[in-house]
Design a binder for this molecule. Structure first.
Ligand code: GLC
Length: 555
């Protein structure tokens, strides 16, 4: 790996309020980040201890997956109290300290808000179960009589995203309630003003405590067709009974007004899985969300043509609403990139996830390195999920009785679930718990043997490690070697992606098996793998300065 920093001017000044337009946001999955009290579960004290690591990595913001009190039926995405911290993680006072300490280091905090559903142990749902059919308590959810003569069948055929029916029969009076995810996650009824008011108050609660923004879970699912119409195979835009319904936008307009009411406006980031780029972009209109995760890029196979189309599609969809694209390679729900890119089919889709797919991890790691530098060079913001910067692979051999994810359980083991990308981070040492917990502690998910070379300590010592690449790439990115320059493709043949930003900067990715020579006179800023006699070999990304002959003599 080669790094030429001296050649790069200082970072272009972007308006402080628009920090989110090109930010690097690091996702902290607290349970698996660092465990300070030795109980095998990561906690806020562990994050606070490691803030210097995050500063040195060069991230602008942290997004915390839910840290609230939760029975953990879906690893915290089943929240029983939106205004507190789960005791396993720490206290509200610690969260406030963490937000403040991070800010001192120049790192903002984004909290995760889950508005589609609550935990079945949330006081609202407990009250609903205790109340009678038709009561105001039940109106906050979707309670309905069953179908069939005796009401013993679900009200309709909607399927849970985790598998099985989306309805569960409540004990006692026989009504059913809707849960698009697990039965422990009853869906809220967003036709109820009280549901709106509660969430607006929760936003203010966290914004008042210094949160710079929120990540909005399942953001396109909140509104349902009150007629509970069945899903149709080819429903038109906005016609699906529980995805991307037009009434959603009014919710986010209200949230945007709240976010904008702060001296430093707060930021709204949507988790929106929608194949239709135009419908996706509607959420990013100037009075709605600021950004949303680009899952098309995440799911894209490692192929030049598909990547080019994905990048083009994202840029074209965002331009009319003047929102920045986001570049996401992983999160806590998807197969780790090193594993994904090491497979014959390197795309990602929940439907096609299968355990035991043959995987070439060496190839996957090489591609993941190239993908990281590609993502860092594209215009917009970038998300890094903890462990991605270490090149951790998916852990695929978790014993069945140790698996936690409802996706695994509810699919009857067909879907391997998401535990494999949620393994506790290895920090140091040569055996579990690798500095994650006190020696001898059993971590909530077991770490594999053989991760000694993947610890933060080991990778910090190794200039060729994934961590060294992320640190160097993010350091360069911060200096914006492209200045404010516009993005444009450079003709490069079928197996190569090459784009310029401005006049001086080019990013070059070789997907093909033939090494590709670099333009003479180009200065190499950084490369994801060693060059072969000046040529870029397969699955390698290079950042170049002055490659277009417009250097000193060419001007
Ligand atoms: C989102 C989260 C996922 C969770 C689901 C239900 O997709 O990212 O982890 O299971 O929502 O809250």
């Amino acid at each position: 790996m080669e790094v030429r920093e001296a050649a790069v001017e200082g970072r272009s000044s972007s308006r402080a309020e628009q920090w989110w337009r090109d930010a690097v946001v690091y996702q902290v999955y607290v349970r698996s980040f660092a465990d300070a009290n030795g109980d095998g579960i990561g906690d806020l004290a562990g994050v606070r201890e490691r803030l210097p690591y995050l500063r040195d990595l060069g991230v602008d913001a942290l997004w915390f997956s839910p840290w609230y009190p939760s029975p953990m039926a879906d690893s915290g995405y089943d929240i029983s109290d939106y205004r507190s911290i789960d005791p396993a993680f720490g206290t509200l006072a610690e969260a406030e300290q963490l937000i403040a300490e991070a800010r001192v280091l120049g790192i903002r905090t984004i909290v995760d808000i889950v508005p589609n559903h609550v935990s079945d142990q949330h006081p609202w749902f407990e009250a609903a179960l205790a109340a009678a059919p038709g009561s105001p308590e039940r109106e906050r959810f979707w309670f309905r009589p069953g179908s069939g003569a005796d009401g013993s069948s679900p009200p309709n055929g909607w399927q849970s995203i985790f598998g099985g029916s989306a309805w569960t029969r409540a004990n006692g009076d026989g009504e059913w309630y809707l849960h698009l995810f697990a039965p422990e996650q009853p869906d809220l009824n967003w036709t109820e003003p009280e549901v709106w008011a509660e969430h607006e108050d929760v936003l203010r609660f966290w914004f008042d405590r210094g949160a710079a923004g929120v990540r909005i879970d399942s953001a396109a699912l909140l509104v349902k067709d009150p007629a509970l119409a069945e899903e149709r195979p080819h429903s038109g835009p906005g016609e699906h009974p529980f995805t991307d319904r037009d009434d959603l936008h009014e919710i986010y307009r209200r949230w945007r007004a709240i976010a904008d009411s702060y001296d430093e406006p707060r930021v709204l980031v949507g988790e929106i899985w929608l194949p239709d780029a135009e419908r996706f972009a509607r959420y990013l209109r100037p009075d709605e969300l600021h950004t949303a995760f680009n899952f098309d890029f995440l799911g894209c196979p490692w192929e030049a043509d598909r990547m080019r189309r994905s990048i083009d599609g994202a840029l074209a969809a965002h331009a009319p609403v003047d929102a920045p694209a986001t570049w996401v390679l992983s999160n806590h729900d998807v197969t780790r990139p090193v594993t994904r890119y090491g497979r014959a089919d390197s795309s990602f889709a929940f439907e096609s996830k299968r355990a035991g797919t043959p995987t070439d991890l060496e190839r996957g790691a090489r591609r993941a390195r190239a993908a990281a530098l590609l993502a860092m060079a594209l215009p917009g913001s970038m998300y890094v999920y903890q462990g991605e910067e270490l090149g951790l692979p998916e852990v695929e051999d978790i014993p069945h009785d140790r698996r936690q994810d409802p996706m695994w359980l509810r699919s009857g083991g067909v879907d391997p679930g998401r535990d494999g990308c949620r393994i506790p981070i290895p920090w140091s040492g040569d055996h579990p718990p690798y500095g994650f917990s006190a020696d001898g502690a059993r971590t909530w998910l077991d770490q594999p043997d053989g991760w000694a070379a993947l610890t933060v300590a080991a990778e910090s010592e190794d200039p060729a490690s994934m961590l060294s690449l992320y640190r160097a790439g993010l350091r360069l990115r911060r200096k914006a070697p492209w200045g404010g320059g516009a993005f444009r493709w450079i003709p490069s043949g079928d197996e190569v992606l090459a784009f310029a930003r401005g006049e001086d900067f080019v990013c070059f990715v070789n997907f093909g098996s033939e090494p590709v020579a670099l333009p003479p006179g180009a200065e190499i800023l950084i490369a994801s793998n060693d060059l072969e006699g000046g040529a870029v070999s397969q699955d390698t990304t290079v950042w170049l300065l002055n490659p277009l002959g417009q250097g000193e003599e060419g001007r």
